[in-house]
Design a protein around this ligand. Sequence first.
Ligand code: ZN
Length: 227
Amino acid sequence: MLVATSYFGNRIIRHVGADVRKLRHEGFDIVVHTFSEGDLRFYRKTVRDIVDVTKETGMHVWIDPWGVGGVFGGETFSDAALHHQDWLQVAADGNKLPACCPSNPGFQGFMCDWTDAALETGADAVFWDEPHFYSDENQRAPCHCKYCRDLAEQGKPAIGTFLRDVCDRVQSRGGQNVKSTIAAGQLGIDVIAIWGFDACESMSFLSCERPRIAWAAFLKGIAQLRG
Ligand SMILES: [Zn+2]
């Protein structure tokens, strides 16, 4: 069994180096490094260095679109959602929601740029972390923009279609995809990442046939998993 953890909030390379060497010593095999919109704009070279120093330990690196567009998981702000009102999701009452729509061509173009930059970091795989529609404390509802409505009329799931497209882009450039779903977390299942699971026919964790990677965020969880 391989064991992965996430690492974020630090862009000081000498500290990252010490931390990842410790992670390797503790028995980790994979590190998920976040690559937010802020990183895309200000820290591309630094993230490449972070990936390098992590791979030097012998661990694999997955790169994560941390909070990008408000579409992916991550506690960070989206500049794209703030400055591109025409990319936003639309509520049933027609109001704009504070997150980009994965079906919107403008946001999809932005994701192409993000994907290319993510692959340039030298990461072993792109970790598509919890793609989802906007939700507040009361509800999680699908988007009602014209692009999502068109997909619905064709019987295509918006997020599944988006995820397939971004994964295809990674694959076309020789990269590897790893997908996680909200469903796994909601079910309280530790195993939420599937290595080399190429098809994305459904957003349901339960559709995955051969889970091989166990995910744990904390050392305590690692100890329990390895029993
Ligand atoms: Zn939409």
